[in-house]
Write a protein that binds this ligand. Structure first.
Ligand SMILES: CC(C)(COP(=O)(O)OP(=O)(O)OC[C@H]1O[C@@H](n2cnc3c(N)ncnc32)[C@H](O)[C@@H]1OP(=O)(O)O)[C@@H](O)C(=O)NCCC(=O)NCCS
Length: 165
């Protein structure tokens, strides 16, 4: 009997170019209830303390990015501003590849830690960060509306950090 293997693509992470901003806005709108416009992405990406990365499948050439991450450096730490992967490409390692490159970037800048805030009900994101070594350092009770509806119990916001030194 022949086993069906799931195709795994090799992620290729690059610094985002202005030509990626429209696609990043699309990915952000897909991933979050409140989208960011291309203009908002451009303004943010042009801040000198902000780093923007995109991921494509290796050999994807000029194909649109299938994910992005943005982070902002402040003093000796950085914060993840946003990360999103194309709905059709989730679970294939693109999020991990983006976060791993973001961590390497922070290490090369000799930053002490990388922090982020996540909806505690976002299982995929919490799993991604936990597997990379992030640990909860704070919690804002009932911060996020539950997508199940206004009657459903609200989710806590988790503040998570990865120590780099
Ligand atoms: C969160 C997100 C970026 C993850 O990206 P992804 O490309 O699907 O993640 P990966 O395939 O790289 O998976 C990374 C790890 O998380 C785990 N994971 C991913 N999705 C999961 C899910 N739905 N449930 C449980 N674990 C999951 C994987 O098992 C994997 O662990 P491993 O590498 O040790 O096997 C993606 O789901 C997304 O874009 N969500 C919408 C936007 C969002 O919520 N962003 C985060 C805001 S804080």
């Amino acid at each position: 009997m022949r086993l069906k293997m799931r195709r795994r693509t090799m992620p290729f992470v690059q610094i985002a170019q202005p030509s990626d901003h429209r696609r990043m806005a699309e990915l952000h709108s897909e991933g979050f209830p409140r989208g960011w416009s291309t203009g908002e992405i451009t303004v943010l990406a042009e801040e000198p303390t902000v780093t923007s990365l995109v991921v494509r499948s290796e050999g994807g050439g000029q194909q649109p990015a299938c994910g992005f991450v943005m982070l902002r450096q402040a003093a000796d730490e950085a914060e993840i501003l946003s990360i999103a992967v194309d709905q059709t490409a989730r679970g294939e390692g693109f999020g991990r590849a983006l976060m791993s490159q973001a961590i390497r970037h922070c290490q090369s800048e000799r930053l002490a830690r990388l922090i982020l805030e996540v909806d505690g009900g976002n299982e995929a994101a919490v799993a991604l960060y936990t597997r990379l070594g992030f640990r909860e350092i704070g919690r804002r009770a009932g911060y996020y509306e539950n997508i199940a509806g206004p009657g459903a119990e609200r989710h806590d916001a988790l503040v998570m950090a990865l120590a780099l030194l």
